[in-house]
Design a protein around this ligand. Structure first.
Ligand SMILES: [Zn+2]
Length: 382
């Protein structure tokens, strides 16, 4: 009897979970219309001709922000301006551990986009592949609070998610994003839809994108955007989603060879259908290889003078796809704006932590010090 009861309780719970998760239908182009719905596709939003499409370039850096890597950002990213006189954008996908939140506040107040890359960034990668809704809530919904609180950033300015190791978590991360007001995910690489490149789309209907790091989402999750990571091709034609994960690279000591490599990948977009071009990299790579850094700077200097190329915060790409105005109209638009904030600085520590009893942490934050080191289940360190 007990067994039967336990079994039926389980059965009901499973049935309820199934009910919440409606499998996505094939996309209905008639029903799915901008600004809030878009089928996964490489067709240009608004049916524009490629020459009327602003070519967006998304430079992104992943992982913690600290007093070492901020120097690179200050040197190569600050004070860049696009040809339309608007400040150039860059998105930082930041994980929590060892991050200096006063520097995150500085990046935010320079107009850059602050996005989420999890609280724990833990290994092994299978943790992420198997993560549940609850895991993703603790990693991302709570990180949104944590980031907003300690870096003093308006919570609505935090819109993007990139899961560690570019490991998809099926429906879980997207359901959390939908429930906690996160606009887009930039985790999902494509190796097949690179020429022509796939454009950002929503998950109202089933995605047709290739799934490189399964599990990929299967449910209908309205209004959440996928910002696909369109891979680069290395010198042997092997796809790489992060620049620093390319295998057959040019000579790491040759600025010229690297500059040509970057431009060749860029031109696949710019001379094609102008799907957004991603330059996804970790700071350690360019500080390890100065020639790569010089090539990257040369590339950014070049695109900052081009009349139809715009280095932007990633969320601006979603904004444009929702309302795909032609280049000439885009040029008339005011620059993006944001609400500046202050950072009442505190230096906190030593702070104990539950997840790592062998070391104490120090935190540089805006706001008042927490009691313990913030972590999963206790994002404000209370
Ligand atoms: Zn990472």
């Amino acid at each position: 009897m007990k067994w039967v009861l336990a079994f039926s309780v389980l059965f009901v719970a499973a049935a309820l979970a199934e009910e919440e998760l409606v499998l996505a239908d094939a996309c209905d182009e008639e029903a799915c219309q901008l600004p809030d719905c878009r089928c996964s596709s490489s067709s240009i939003p608004g049916g524009l001709n490629p020459r009327d499409v602003p070519q967006f370039v998304m430079v992104t850096f992943d992982d913690g922000v600290n007093i070492i890597n901020i120097e690179t950002y200050r040197n190569i990213i600050y004070n860049r301006v696009n040809s339309n006189n608007c400040p150039a954008g860059t998105t930082f996908f930041i994980n929590h551990e060892y991050t200096n939140y006063q520097l995150v506040n500085e990046l935010y107040n320079r107009g850059f986009e602050i996005a989420l890359h999890s609280i724990s960034h833990q290994t092994p990668q299978t943790y992420w592949a198997e993560a549940t809704y609850e895991d993703m809530k603790l990693e991302f919904a709570d990180q949104k609070l944590l980031m907003s609180h300690f870096a003093n950033i308006p919570i609505n300015e935090i819109k993007g998610v990139r899961i560690p190791f570019l490991q998809m978590t099926g429906n879980a991360s997207f359901q959390v994003m939908s429930d906690y007001d996160l606009l887009y995910d930039s985790t999902w690489p494509t190796v097949t839809e690179i020429n022509p490149g796939i454009w950002p789309y929503t998950l109202d209907y089933a995605s047709t994108q290739d799934c490189v790091t399964p599990p990929c989402p299967t449910a209908a999750i309205p209004r959440v955007w996928v910002l696909p990571m369109i891979s680069w091709l290395d010198l042997e034609g092997v796809a790489c989603a992060m620049v620093d994960s390319c295998y057959f690279t040019p000579d790491l000591n040759s600025e010229d060879a690297w500059f040509r490599f970057i431009v060749e990948n860029f031109e696949r977009h710019y001379l094609g259908t102008r799907a957004p071009f991603g330059f996804y990299i970790h700071e350690w790579y360019i500080s390890t290889y100065p020639a790569v850094r010089r090539a990257m700077v040369r590339f950014m200097d070049m695109i900052n003078t081009m009349q139809d190329v715009f280095m932007v915060n990633s969320h601006e790409v979603i904004d444009w796809v929702k309302d795909p105005i032609p280049l000439q109209e885009y040029l008339q638009k005011p620059c993006r704006s944001f609400t500046p904030t202050t950072c009442p600085a505190s230096s906190c520590g030593p702070l104990s932590s539950d997840h790592n009893e062998w070391s104490a942490y120090w935190m540089q934050i805006c706001n008042v010090c927490p009691n313990t080191y913030p972590w999963l289940g206790n994002p404000l360190g209370q």
